[in-house]
Design a protein around this ligand. Structure first.
Ligand code: PMP
Length: 445
């Protein structure tokens, strides 16, 4: 047995020894298609020479300088690329090492902002059920993934309150139009503000497209405009977590560009550095920075490895490659193909209840019965079996279990690298379909 703490303490995973393009290779030289980029991370695929060269060049110049004393070229350049043109009024960037750290920074900056502008009574956050914001305690408190929260529930922060996500597949009533359902969700948020006291709320937090917990659940038109209006009415901030859905994954650089709103604080990670280095961050609206600047003039937060020179050099190169190779266009084109192939393959499948997503970020939700939407018994571990079977057939995908409260079924996510070709998209769906059918045949038997 290995001395490393793996996700499973009972078995060791295979060793990944090499990556090239959309492929990973294990110690036996077996080729695996990285059909989900890990967890929607590897946006450029593996082994991109320009990113590797940028990392080496940065290491040759400077590996590390503490941010209490210095800034560095690569972090400054990355901030310029990300917010130099002030997308949606976002003018400042803070870089850390993961999505969870990004969420912690967003939570603390939002609280500090209200303290500095003379509203210390704001102490509550409203987030959503069936969401995921990370595994550190603040981010886990914000999240609504019942399974991940359960073991730690007694030690989570009581400052976080939860409303329903936008999940029409299960939550829109049969007698409701999309617009009526959206209006009901917006009213639910308004009621939660009223329950807590509207001037006690710091922010509403949401994933722009729900990633791991629900599986690529996009909001209906008007939803984000509705919730933003509630935040504005009560002077609260809108925090959008785009750790999984952002940085091009949904076909625009930021997923919020397709929602008619922009956030006050946005969290980014995965596709920012594409897995070449651990990096996450927050992008911040000028009004929040102005509030902090007029007050103490400091963000009372920080990490030893924030704005790390090598991580920032890697992310800068990833973003440059995305622009040079016009990869957003490929995300949109290959995303349309992925949607079409999934619909052809699973549109009438008796155990696939929903096919949903955007860009190169798609999921299928498993049901026992399409008409009743009855979920599979979690004890069957359908998601785990799909993962194993796909892997055996040469495809890495990203399945998740249904919630322990039975509010949604098992699902599996595909999130191929942005460089994927039409043939590769077809191969991914083919193997995915074969693996799913094999597992379902076994489960039925
Ligand atoms: N937010 C979202 C939306 C995520 O998908 C994730 C990771 N799956 C996180 C936050 C946490 O990021 P990390 O694992 O890098 O801490």
């Amino acid at each position: 047995m290995s001395h490393l703490v793996h996700r499973s303490l009972r078995s060791d995973p295979p060793l990944a020894v090499r990556g090239e393009g959309i492929f990973l290779y294990d110690a036996d030289g077996r080729q695996i298609i990285d059909g989900s980029g890990g967890a929607a991370v590897a946006c450029l695929g593996h082994g991109h020479p320009k990113v590797i060269a940028a990392i080496k060049a940065q290491l040759d110049k400077l590996a590390y300088a503490h941010t209490a004393l210095f800034s560095c070229d690569s972090a400054e350049a990355l901030a310029d690329v990300m917010v130099g043109h002030a997308p949606g009024g976002l003018t400042h960037a803070y870089f850390c090492s993961s999505g969870s750290e990004g969420n912690e920074a967003a939570i603390k900056m939002a609280r500090q902002y209200f303290l500095e502008i003379g509203q210390p009574q704001r102490v509550n956050f409203i987030a959503r059920r069936q969401s995921y914001h990370g595994n550190t305690l603040g981010a886990l408190s914000a999240g609504g993934n019942a399974m991940r929260r359960a073991p730690y529930a007694p030690i989570l922060s009581k400052a976080f309150h939860h409303v329903s996500p936008c999940y029409p597949y299960r939550d829109r009533r049969d007698d409701e139009s999309d617009a009526q359902y959206v209006a009901r969700l917006v009213a639910e948020l308004e009621a939660e503000f009223q329950r807590l006291g509207p001037d006690t709320v710091i922010a509403f937090m949401a994933e722009t497209v729900v990633g791991a917990t629900l599986g690529c659940a996009t909001a209906l038109p008007g939803y984000f405009e509705g919730v933003k209006a509630v935040c504005d009415r009560h002077g609260a901030l809108l925090i959008l977590d785009e750790v999984m859905s952002g940085m091009g994954r949904c076909g625009t650089l930021h997923a919020w560009e397709q929602e008619g709103v922009s956030p006050d604080i946005q969290i980014v990670a995965k596709g920012l550095g594409g897995g070449y280095q651990p990096i996450g961050g927050i992008l911040v609206h000028r009004r929040v920075i102005e509030g902090l600047s007029r007050g103490s003039g400091a963000f009372m937060h920080g990490h030893t490895y924030q704005a790390h020179p090598v991580a920032c050099a890697a992310a800068l190169a990833v973003q440059q490659v995305m622009a040079e190779e016009k990869l957003l266009e490929n995300v949109r084109a290959m995303g349309a193909r992925l949607k079409q192939r999934l619909t052809e393959r699973f549109g009438n499948h008796r155990h696939i209840g929903d096919i949903r997503g955007r860009g190169l970020f798609w999921a299928v939700e498993f049901v026992q019965d399409r008409a009743t939407k009855q979920v599979f018994d979690p004890a069957l571990k359908l998601n785990e079996r799909v993962k194993q079977e796909a892997f055996r057939r040469g495809l890495a995908c990203y399945p998740m279990g249904g919630t322990i409260d039975g509010r949604h079924g098992d699902h599996a996510i595909l999130a191929p690298p942005y460089i994927a070709t039409p043939e590769q998209i077809d191969a991914i769906v083919e193997i995915f379909g074969e693996a799913i059918d094999a597992v379902l045949a076994e489960v039925r038997a």
